[in-house]
Design a protein. Structure first.
Length: 659
């Protein structure tokens, strides 16, 4: 061509002149175009890890980042990113507030101080303000970002801020987030909470590929920029450390991936170093009873290798957690006096003891634990699931009871009534089916169904109030109860908010007093907490005699009739005097058989038990508290005092027995 405009266009199909080279070039152009707009329909899940979902922001970016992750997996700095979407409906909002409080707990900074939330532009963010902004949000995203080389960072804030800026660019929206850095474990990490709304206030939906792969790759990119790619020496050192670890490692995952249906793997590998890694790890697995030589350089792997190594790693983590608790409490415990409480065991019994420590077993999934110094003289690690036990502090005395799953009698009754009525259940059908049943009794069955429906179980309530019950209802209940056990494996009863040594001279009905009158109290071994209880009981008897509430001493001690009620009344009157000054109202004791009406203000945790503050026009009273009340703070309630309980009517006719 003699000039820029001197050319002759040739019309027609491009492949007419390009042949195979032209076709390959065209395919590359089309592939790049498809990738930019979100990928082609035939994208291989097996080859690239594509999840198959194109829904949400960041779908194309997530696939692009995930597709290039494998090429630099060895040299790239490793970072663990855990992602969770939390629904905020129902109790989710309260759980989110509790999670924020726990993230800001003491002892998480390098200096051991209280953790502090920060954001895009501020090093100190008010947790209540962030929680309030999220009121009404459908969901919330939670991330834990844990760089393998996090100890090399003096401060993780700049890394987190740059990571969230990249996420904003990838997702095409400004994000509302807060974070807190924790240095209380061997691996410094950051917790990031992200509101589930975009900059327009609409629900923020993030593509699965970005959540599972893209976000992690962005974090790894930034860490590479800060610290540089891993050298061969870094890689070798990290892998060599894994050989002797009592937990699931990257070497194990590779062996499991290569094992066939016969669970056979080769010890041979390319290169002397890789060979030594595999051989060393297989020898370690043999010591653990999880691998066996099959001859000719081949090994059999245990069928449950991954699950077993995971359990071993969790057990080691628990042992270290318990040791930290003993060190903080300055308690000496032999290994024989430590136990991991398993409520699923057939012989699991109730456990009574003093709380040494409360914490999160899984900060990501909100699974908590207690370490309890029990009457049997041993210390027990108790996984309590999603029960946060926020009101239980160190020194509190609790009773732990294992919960069991399976269908209850109420479920069998519902299934029987429905079977007799064409698969439908309602109060009228129940009363016709069992003429001995009362309407309040039938309503307890309705509440059971309502609780299951709110938990997401497939039970259908029609507009008429009738429930459609499937023929497999009892199987559905079994699945429902099994899931509940994972979230709440034990029941926790607060026996005393105070440590046992503070109960000796307390003018209240204490846990020690109940033990003194119990015909068969749980035995206290003469060591550890059991020894402390025995000593406190002896001193409590002496105090009761001095107060005229008992006679004798030691084995011949006799308590005065009604002394527990007298002590409970002493504490109530003491507390009521203080509340009268605060509320500018007089106190009136509630008598058995009296109707109680007023506004429920709050719960009071006393040594004698938990009481509800009911405020009336000119006075107030204190009555036994029940969990049902805490959902109705500030509402009008009414009920009839009956012994140690009340059947409450709350608000506009919503009623039911307190549980």
């Amino acid at each position: 061509m003699s000039g820029d405009d001197d050319f002759e266009p040739r019309l027609g199909r491009q492949r007419a002149r390009g042949g195979k080279r032209g076709r390959r070039y065209l395919q590359r152009v089309l592939a790049a175009t498809n990738l930019a707009r979100g990928g082609r329909p035939g994208f291989s899940k097996a080859r690239r890890g594509y999840s198959g979902s194109r829904t949400g922001r960041g779908a194309g970016v997530g696939r692009l980042l995930g597709s290039r992750a494998g090429s630099s997996a060895l040299t790239r700095r490793r970072v663990i990113v855990k992602t969770r979407i939390v629904r905020l409906a129902g109790k989710g909002a309260n759980a989110a507030a509790a999670h924020l409080r726990y993230l800001e707990r003491d002892g998480t900074t390098r200096e051991g101080d209280r953790g502090a939330l920060y954001g895009r532009d501020a090093d100190a963010v008010d947790a209540k303000s962030f929680h309030a902004r999220g009121h009404g949000d459908r969901h919330q995203f939670r991330f834990i970002v844990s760089p393998e080389d996090g100890a090399d960072y003096d401060d993780l804030k700049p890394l987190v801020r740059r990571l969230m800026a990249r996420a904003e660019s990838d997702l095409g929206t400004r994000l509302d987030w807060v974070a807190v850095d924790h240095f209380n474990t061997g691996h410094p990490h950051s917790h990031i909470l992200l509101r589930g709304v975009d900059d327009k206030g609409a629900d923020l939906v993030i593509a699965r590929d970005y959540l599972t792969r893209g976000f992690r790759e962005r974090a790894a990119e930034l860490i590479d920029l800060d610290l540089g790619p891993r050298t061969d020496r870094d890689i070798a050192r990290a892998l060599a450390v894994e050989i002797d670890q009592d937990r699931l490692t990257a070497i194990d995952r590779q062996l499991i991936a290569e094992a066939g249906e016969d669970r056979l793997v080769e010890a041979r590998a390319r290169g002397a170093f890789a060979q030594s890694l595999r051989a060393g790890r297989l020898a370690k697995l043999k010591k653990l009873g999880l691998a066996e030589e099959a001859g000719r350089g081949r090994w059999w792997l245990a069928p449950d290798l991954a699950a077993t190594l995971t359990r071993i790693g969790e057990r080691d983590d628990i042992i270290r957690t318990m040791q930290r608790a003993f060190t903080a409490a300055r308690i000496e415990r032999a290994s024989a006096d430590r136990s991991i409480y398993d409520p699923a065991q057939p012989d699991a019994r109730a456990l009574t003891g003093s709380v040494l420590m409360r914490g999160l077993a899984d900060e990501f999934a909100d699974r908590h634990y207690l370490i309890v110094d029990a009457l049997d003289g041993r210390s027990h690690y108790v996984a309590i699931g999603k029960e946060s036990a926020e009101d239980i502090g160190p020194g509190a005395i609790v009773q732990i009871e294992p919960l069991t799953g399976g269908a209850r009698e109420v479920d069998h009754t519902i299934a029987a009534v429905a079977a007799a009525n064409g698969g439908r259940y309602d109060v009228e059908a129940h009363l016709a089916f069992d003429q001995r049943a009362s309407e309040p009794f039938a309503l307890t069955h309705v509440r059971r169904l309502e609780a299951m429906r709110k938990a997401g179980v497939d039970v259908v309530r029609e507009a008429s109030g009738t429930w459609r019950i499937g023929a497999d209802h009892l199987d559905t209940v079994d699945r429902f109860e099994t899931a509940r056990l994972r979230d709440r494996p034990v029941a926790i009863t607060m026996l005393s908010p105070m440590a046992v040594d503070r109960l000796v001279d307390r003018e209240a009905a204490t846990w020690l007093d109940h033990r003194l009158v119990d015909a068969a109290p749980p035995p206290a071994r003469d060591t550890g907490f059991g020894h402390a209880v025995r000593d406190a009981e002896n001193r409590r008897r002496q105090w009761l005699v001095a107060q005229g509430l008992g006679s004798g001493n030691g084995t011949d001690f006799v308590a005065r009739t009604g002394f527990i009620e007298a002590l409970r009344r002493r504490e109530l009157l003491t507390v009521a005097t203080r509340l009268s000054s605060e509320l500018k109202r007089s106190f009136e004791e509630a008598a058995s058989g009296e109707r109680i009406e007023g506004l429920y203000r709050r719960r009071l945790d006393l040594v004698s038990g938990r009481f509800a503050l009911i405020e009336r026009a000119h006075d107030f009273t204190l009555v036994p508290w029940r969990p049902v009340l805490d959902r109705h703070v500030g509402k009008s309630v009414s009920g009839l005092m009956r012994g140690d309980g009340i059947n409450w009517t709350i608000g506009r006719g919503r009623s039911g027995p307190a549980r």
